[in-house]
Design a protein around this ligand. Structure first.
Ligand code: WQD
Length: 340
């Protein structure tokens, strides 16, 4: 049993990770600024696990808030750092706020971890660091390419900041590079809560199917893929959450082979946009209203993971399928619409 700080722990991946940490018997302390989620998620998590946990609403881009977090936390064994802004398009319009929030909070967090002699960190990174990889599937050795957005750059620079911090102090860090986390908890008590118009494919599909959106726009069908639409590696959010528990337990057990390890978190399977739509129609029994429109700036043609390293080194493998993910996302969408 360990005590883990989860920053951004009321967010999409964070909340699912809190559930899995509690299921594994760990104590959790969540900090979240509620800028991209709601306090209801706190009760929803507890309704799944029937376990309480500490929660503090703090803004980690304020140094004093980070200091007060550690003053309140007491003895802690590790940190899982999700807290960040993550909308690619928004980051293009507001780069300075993205650098201030995503990198400022990381620096303050690392300073407080250093000063409190806490060295176990799991960092939430992203496959966007690979850009359009030359070779597919993408391994952890695929070259990091210049970011296609300020958001993607905050993940790249975040990893570099951590590497420099490790060189000077004795942090032990695992960076998890997510491909496309989708779906929701099978209980339909937590899931993705996009505030405003969803930017990502799966929440846009479910909001269209439930009648909240008129029609899904498919951004281009002239890509060099078997059906002309982009390929991505959609991985169930519960599988992503379970990987975080395995990763933090690896550090707690001092089983890491290096003080900086990187793992791709994907299903290892690429699916096109049309395949996701058809999977949704199959599991929901709904005909989705969509149309093909022009391409979206910055989209890569294809990205999916080689998951060998996570499979062999972490002993982790995605267990849920794309059908499971879109079915759970649909159940969640219908549940929250009932509650509105
Ligand atoms: C997937 C595919 C779109 C919406 C982003 C971030 C990445 C990660 C996951 C945080 C693409 C197409 C989408 C729509 C569409 N987030 N699409 N119509 O861009 O692969 O990754 O989210 O880490 O960092 O970059 O995900 O869901 O936006 O798009 O046709 O309304 O669906 O063109 O091919 P993406 P996405």
């Amino acid at each position: 049993m360990a005590k883990i700080i989860v920053t951004g722990g009321l967010g999409f991946i964070g909340s699912h990770t809190v559930v899995e940490l509690q299921n594994a018997g760990h104590d959790v302390l969540v900090v979240d600024d509620l800028s991209n989620t709601t306090i209801e998620v706190f009760e929803r998590i507890k309704s799944i696990t029937n376990k309480d946990f500490e929660f503090y609403q703090l803004d980690l881009k304020k140094k004093d808030d980070v200091k007060s977090l550690f003053a309140k936390a007491g003895k802690v064994d590790g940190v899982i750092h999700f807290a960040a802004y993550k909308a690619v398009g928004q980051s293009v319009n507001s780069p300075l706020e993205y650098y201030e929030n995503n990198l400022g909070s990381l620096v303050y967090l690392l300073q407080e971890m250093r000063d409190n002699k806490l060295d176990n960190l799991i960092f939430s990174s992203s496959c966007t660091v690979y850009g359009q990889a030359e070779d597919l599937p993408i391994t952890e050795h695929s070259p990091v390419q210049s970011a296609l957005s300020p958001y993607g750059n905050t993940k790249q620079v975040g990893e570099e900041i951590i590497l420099d911090a490790i060189a000077a102090h004795n942090f032990n860090t695992i960076s998890l590079r997510y491909f496309n986390p989708v779906g929701a908890h099978p209980s339909a008590k937590i899931g993705e809560l996009p505030l405003g118009v969803p930017l990502n494919l799966v929440p846009y599909i479910t909001q269209t199917a439930v009648g909240l959106r008129e029609q899904l726009s498919v951004f281009g069908d002239t890509y060099d893929t078997h059906d002309g639409t982009c390929i991505r590696d959609y991985i169930h959010v519960v599988d992503v959450a379970k990987a975080h528990v395995i990763a933090v337990e690896r550090l707690l057990a001092k089983a890491n082979e290096d003080n900086y390890e990187v793992f791709n978190l994907g299903s290892g399977k690429g699916s096109t946009v049309l395949e996701v739509i058809h999977a949704f129609e199959k599991v929901s029994g709904k005909n989705l209203n969509y149309k093909i429109v022009e391409r979206r700036e910055g989209d890569v043609t294809a990205a999916f993971a080689d998951t060998t390293k996570a499979n062999e080194t972490l002993g982790w493998k995605a267990e849920k399928s794309l059908d499971d993910a879109v079915a759970d996302a649909w159940r969640w969408e219908q549940k929250i619409r009932e509650e509105v």
